[in-house]
Write a protein that binds this ligand. Structure first.
Ligand code: FES
Length: 218
């Protein structure tokens, strides 16, 4: 997905500072001296999560995203040119470089999900929320984003909402999930048909003899 970094947009805050110096230090301590730039990705994630926490209390709410000021602060911390941080933040779809809704619905439309009906999932989300791809609802609660494979192809079609995966979706179940989230209800994550992890849809098919032998002690 093409990402648009507008360094001077009106929504960009003038400054950013990490709330927890200890969390920053914990990340920096993972890397040897002289390799501080390896901390760029976890620091971007930390900044995005801090914004999400602040956004959950704001009116209207917003989700996790990384302002330019946060990227500049990370560049200062790891002592590199800001452009090096911009390059990383703009490359990966998991970093949001523009404001997003409190719940970011990332819909996978890569081949396995597409073959299992992701077009209908996208349409269900758009119809339910009344927004298009890359847009946010007026109340600030939901954004829709199309993404490439999220690595849960065996349970296609699937979407990621903030940190959670929702798999084995149908359009009707997708709408139910949005309804539940909108009303601050708990939604079970993972497969929506009840399959265990990524087991075959009809149940486990392998290692049964081994399991039986283990239980009988033979
Ligand atoms: S193709 Fe959708 S998760 Fe891999």
């Amino acid at each position: 997905m093409k990402k648009h970094l507008d360094l001077h947009a009106a929504y960009q805050p003038q400054s950013f500072s990490f709330r927890s110096a200890e969390a920053v230090k914990d990340i920096l301590d993972r890397y040897p001296e002289g390799r501080e730039r390896s901390a760029i990705m976890p620091l971007l994630d930390l900044a995005q999560r801090q914004m999400a926490e602040e956004g959950a209390k704001a009116t209207p709410p917003y989700g996790g995203w990384i302002p330019r000021a946060a990227m500049d602060e990370i560049a200062r911390i790891v002592n590199i040119a800001p452009i090096k941080v911009y390059e990383v933040a703009t490359f990966y779809s998991m970093y949001n470089i523009e404001p997003v809704g409190q719940y970011l619905v990332q819909m996978c439309t890569t081949t396995p999900c597409m073959l299992c009906g992701s077009d209908n999932i996208v349409k269900a989300c758009q119809d339910r929320l009344g927004i298009g791809l890359g847009e946010t609802t007026a109340d600030g609660r939901f954004s829709l984003m199309e993404v490439e494979c999220l690595g849960a192809c065996v349970n296609a079609p699937m979407v990621q909402i903030n940190d959670d995966f929702f798999e084995d979706l149908t359009p009707a179940r997708m709408v139910e999930i949005i309804d539940l989230i909108e009303h601050d209800k708990t939604v079970p994550v993972g497969s929506q048909t009840g399959r265990l992890n990524s087991q075959a849809a009809g149940g486990g098919t392998t290692l049964k003899e081994t399991d039986k032998a283990r239980k009988s002690g033979t």
